[in-house]
Each structure stands twice: as C-alpha cells, then as structure tokens.
Design a binder for this molecule. Structure first.
Ligand code: GLU
Length: 496
C-alpha cells in the first residue's frame, strides 16, 4: 500500500500554527514511509471561506518548507483539490445514501429543531438528535416533499450500542452511538458538510492515513459509519494532541498569537519555527532539541508522539530560533535574510506611503518606522502619560480594545476605524482619547503615523499582542477587575 497523507485546511482566516503542526506530522509520516503528502482545501463553508485566506495558507505552509506533492496549485491525479469544485461528486454520493436507506431528507425548520431540542432537554434525553427524534409524521413529510420545501440530507445513526474504532496513538476508542447525532451531510444550498466531503475525498484521493487534531475524535464514529455505508475501507486514524497555551487551555489567539503571519512578522526563521513545532509532543531518539526537517524525517516514528498536551511557549520558541539564527547563518546569509525580512520591496511599499510626507531626509525614516521592524515594544508607564486620562482609564481602554479587536475579523483600515469608533461611542470617549493608548501600544509613541494603517500593516495577531503587552506593562486586570470590566463590556455591546 502506498502511504498517502493530507492536510485539509479550511480557508476561513489567518494561517494557524496548528495547521502547520498537523501538516508537518502528515508530511513527516508520509516521507518516512516513502509516501505522498496532499493538500486539499476544504472550502465548503462558502460564507466564511475566502481565496485570500487560501492564498496565505498556501504561502505560509510553503514558507515553512511543508511542500505537498498534490494540491490545488500543483495539480495531481486526484483533483480538483478544492472542495467547492467537487460539488457534483458529493451530491451523487448523498443521493446514493438516500437510495440505500442510509440517509433521509429532513424538512424541519430551525424553530422546530429548537423545540425538539428543548423538549429533549426537559425530558433529560441525550442532546444528540437521531432520525427517530427528527422524524415528521408520514403525511407531513410527504406534504413538505410535494411542496418542494427546502431540506437537508442527514445520515442515519445506530440507535443503540457502541462505536469502536482504532487510533494509531490511542488504541481503541469507544463512543456510545446515543451520543452521535444524525449529522447533516448535504445542506439546503446543496453544499456538503465537512463530514461528507471529507470522507468522500479521503476515499477518492486514496488517503491511507489521517493524522489530524484531537478535536476531531468525536467525528470519527460518523466517518466510520459513512465508510461502512459506502462499503469503503477507512483510512488509519491518528489524532494528534492539541497545542496549548502555557495555562494548558487550547491554544487561542486571545492568549497567544496563533497566526503564522505573526511569527513571520516577529522575525522567526522558518527552520526555527518548524523545529519548534516538531518538538510539540515529539522528540528525537537522542532527545536533542535542535534538528532540521530532514533529520526529523530520517528519524521519524509516529509512536514517539506523546499525548500530554504540548505547550506552545514563546520563550522556548525564541530560544530555539536564536540557536538557528546564530549558528546556521554566516554574516552574508544573515544580512541577506534580514534584508528579505525587513527591507523587501513589498513591505516597504506598504510603509513608505505613511512616512514619505513626514520626512526631510532618509535619516528621518528609521525613527518613524522602527516599530514596523520590532516585536514587543520597550514601554513603561511614563509613555502613557496623558493630560486627562488616568492610568486606570488607560488600562480599561486597552482591555476593552483588546476584547473588541479579538472578535474583529476584517482587518483593513476602514473596518478597524469603524470597530474602534464604535467602542469609543460605547465608552463615551472621544475617538482621540480612545486611540491615545493604542498609538502608544502599537507604535511606541502618541505622535506616530496613522494607527489604523499601522495596525492593518502589522496584522491582527501582532496588533493584539502589542495591546496585551501594553496592558501587562501597566498591570493586567486582577480577577475581580476582569469580572467587573467584562460585565461592563458585555453590557455596552448589548445596549447597541
Ligand atoms: N477542514 C478540517 C480542518 O479545518 C480538516 C479536519 C481533518 O483533517 O479531517 O481542520
């Protein structure tokens, strides 16, 4: 059997370090077995998927050296590799399941589903709703069919017993069927859900091993059942441990930068970041910390993955990256790599328009632009001195802005302006007052170039990290304060 693994990112945001982590282990496994590694874009969620996100995911994975043998941009025997281009394939298989009696048309409205859900809760029944719970009386089902009302296609689930499946790292996993819902396979717009598209594609693309994050364990029973319904062989499953914040919670952008673009902007070498990701739950036989991609692949054994949640720690990552920077580049290579990182035309073309009108000589540029080439800024309380705002007000503005920016996804200048203007209105502050601490947090000075442009250039994770960093310097809110502010912030948002 030829080993074929894949990474299947959904292009719905910034490229996540977790995606690179899973891609790395899929690639390492494939390479260590003489197999192939495939990249497939799972863009069935048409409301959230964007081609810009797809492009940054491809660019970031490639920057890290995680090259794929088949994919939307390189082609291959089993394409197309973008799910939105495979719609007809999924419809055909959904129809087949209907014809074989393994799936059913569900005409329930959102309100009807809510009612059933609430009734089940009151009766103490499991939350998972299966075909019996979702069935309409036969005549009503027929009426809705004849009236051609919108419907979804759901899969049928065994109503009793236990699903047992094997995981390469975890051995046998058992999940009661009563916990599994009659999953939607095809939405009313004709688009498949992740579950159907994923199983169909893994089969048609001849994927032999699925290495993915442990958050997918609960989906495995549905997938196993679909393979059974189609009479297909299921790939070997391997659920990797999730990356964690230092406080052991799931790695999240609210606490830790998660975007690969952030690590690029911070000035990490791809070799350093990749080496660190390889150390997440995996070790070399001799336990050495610094090793290259090739060394990892030569020594790869999936059994060396340990299941304790690996902590993604910025300090450790910086330390490891430092070794790569100091030991693996000679002076000329360092100079060249630095030039590519800092002084490349693409980046300069974003910065110069903000600077040019404010300078008399080139020597004026660096002092104005240095925060574009920095990581966390060297600030202290005096930098935040303001004529009317107290430090307490400033801390609150920073915390509220951090929350506001956390939930903000559209990261261009105008959208950022609207988002912060709204917050200023809610807090009954002038926009200039609200922006003062942000200017300092983002650029190090209240006199800097346009802050919205700067945030747009620095990107979401770097901007958020700087706001959090400023807050740390001034004193993060205590537990009590946090609770009070959170309540106030929620109230502000719900009023409007
Ligand atoms: N599209 C899924 C994701 O974004 C893929 C999960 C899987 O590997 O099955 O993570």
């Amino acid at each position: 059997m030829t080993v074929r693994t894949r990474i299947a990112p959904s292009p719905t945001g910034d490229p996540h370090v977790g995606t690179a982590y899973i891609a790395l282990f899929n690639l390492a496994f494939a390479r260590s077995q003489g197999g192939k590694f495939i990249l497939r874009i799972e863009d069935t969620d048409q409301t959230r998927s964007t081609s810009a996100s797809e492009q940054t995911i491809l660019d970031s994975l490639r920057w890290l050296g995680l090259d794929w043998d088949e994919g939307p941009d390189v082609g291959g025997e089993y394409g197309p590799y973008r799910q939105s281009e495979r719609r007809d394939i999924y419809t055909k298989y959904a129809q087949q399941l209907l014809a074989d009696g393994h799936a059913f048309r569900c005409y329930l409205s959102r309100e009807e589903l809510d009612t059933i859900r609430n009734q089940r809760r009151e009766q103490g029944l499991p939350a998972a709703m299966q075909q019996d719970a979702l069935a309409l009386p036969a005549d009503e089902q027929l009426r809705r069919e004849q009236a051609e009302l919108p419907f979804v296609i759901r899969m049928k689930i065994p109503t009793s017993g236990t699903c047992v499946f094997e995981d390469m790292l975890r051995g046998k996993i058992e999940i009661e069927w009563s916990m599994v819902d009659a999953q939607i396979l095809l939405k009313s717009d004709g688009m498949p859900t992740y579950h159907l598209a994923n199983v169909v594609d893994d089969h048609l693309m001849k994927i032999s091993h699925v290495l993915r994050g442990e958050e997918w364990i609960n989906s495995a029973p549905k997938h196993q059942l679909l393979y059974k319904y189609f009479n297909w062989k299921m790939p070997v499953l391997c659920h990797m441990p999730l990356l964690r914040n230092p406080d052991k919670s799931k790695l999240s952008k609210r606490k830790n930068p998660t975007s690969i673009l952030y690590y690029q902007r911070m000035g990490f070498l791809p070799e350093g970041l990749l080496n660190y990701l390889a150390r997440m739950g995996w070790s070399m036989p001799d336990e050495r910390e610094k090793f290259s991609r090739a060394e990892m692949f030569d020594n790869f054994d999936i059994k060396r993955v340990s299941l304790g949640g690996p902590i993604f720690d910025q300090t450790k990552l910086s330390w490891l990256n430092g070794l790569w920077l100091r030991e693996n580049l000679n002076t000329a290579e360092f100079a060249q790599a630095y030039q590519k990182w800092a002084l490349n035309p693409e980046y300069l073309m974003k910065i110069i328009p903000l600077i040019q009108q404010r300078v008399d000589t080139f020597s004026d540029v660096a002092p104005l632009a240095n925060f574009f080439l920095a990581g966390m800024l060297d600030l202290d309380e005096t930098d935040f001195k303001h004529k009317s705002l107290e430090i307490m007000d400033i801390r609150k503005i920073l915390q509220f802005s951090a929350w506001q920016l956390d939930s903000h996804t559209q990261w261009d200048k105008d959208a950022l302006y609207t988002c912060l203007q709204q917050l200023a209105d809610h807090m009954q502050l002038k926009i200039r007052e609200l922006l003062f601490p942000l200017f300092v947090a983002i650029s190090g000075s209240s006199q800097s170039v346009s802050i919205m442009d700067s945030m747009a250039i620095l990107g979401p994770d770097m901007s958020r990290a700087r706001v959090r960093h400023a807050l740390n310097i001034l004193g993060s809110p205590s537990k009590k304060e946090n609770k009070r502010w959170d309540k106030e912030y929620q109230a502000l948002n719900s009023q409007h």
